[in-house]
Design a binder for this molecule. Sequence first.
Ligand SMILES: Nc1ncnc2c1ncn2[C@@H]1O[C@H](COP(=O)(O)OP(=O)(O)O)[C@@H](O)[C@H]1O
Ligand SMILES: Nc1ccn([C@@H]2O[C@H](COP(=O)(O)OP(=O)(O)O)[C@@H](O)[C@H]2O)c(=O)n1
Length: 218
Amino acid sequence: MKKINIAVDGPAAAGKSTIAKLVASELGMVYVDTGAMYRAITLAHLAQPEVDFETLVQNINLKIVNDNGQKIYLNGEDVSERIRENDVTLNVSHVASQKAVREKLVGIQQEMTAAKGVVMDGRDIGTHVIPDAELKVYMIASVTERAERRLIDNQQRGIEANFEDLVKDIERRDHLDMTREISPLVKANDAIEIDTTGMTIETVKDNIITLAREIIEN
Ligand SMILES: Nc1ncnc2c1ncn2[C@@H]1O[C@H](COP(=O)(O)OP(=O)(O)O)[C@@H](O)[C@H]1O
Ligand SMILES: Nc1ccn([C@@H]2O[C@H](COP(=O)(O)OP(=O)(O)O)[C@@H](O)[C@H]2O)c(=O)n1
């Protein structure tokens, strides 16, 4: 069977991580959430805002454990839940626009995908990290549906949230991510767009599995 990489990109809270994790599990592939890496660097920046980004990323110890899901450790501490909190979410797009940060993380991500067999989700995976990925998916959904989904996520995690603020945050982050200078969020020319508005998780997952199997088996 052919070993492939799958790139899943799209705006905030479109369902990328949820679907990428399920697809990886069903196909026996490794799931990598790159947003978590930008969030972990953001957490480090918030702890030391006076340190420039170049120095920050040189001295950081980031460990990513991908085993049926993903855990992320910052300087030895498991920060997988902490990075979902509002202070990180508010600052992450600014941190992710920094050249030193992107160079460091893209390097790690390209090492992780070199041997193939990875489903990786983010903003620039199909365009910059793995431009030769065998399957590229660009996942979108309406802003209101994305905010409703994130509201439920946050309530389940015990993170304070309300619908109006989530709509604003999602729109603000999408704008920053789509207009930044380095590797902005954009659909790769060869990506397949899936609008998940009104779709169940099962249906989205099955659509991508079908696309992947066609490539793997041919
Ligand atoms: N059709 C769907 N596709 C993907 N996620 C969905 C769908 N319907 C509801 N959800 C929910 O939406 C949320 C999406 O969050 P997440 O996967 O973290 O998005 P992203 O990685 O794009 O930010 C999850 O809580 C998931 O259960
Ligand atoms: N490959 C990536 C992944 C995330 N990011 C940045 O990291 C932020 C958080 O990503 P995420 O996937 O955790 O965001 P959510 O949509 O899950 O809230 C994004 O808003 C981008 O600013 C990026 O620039 N490039």
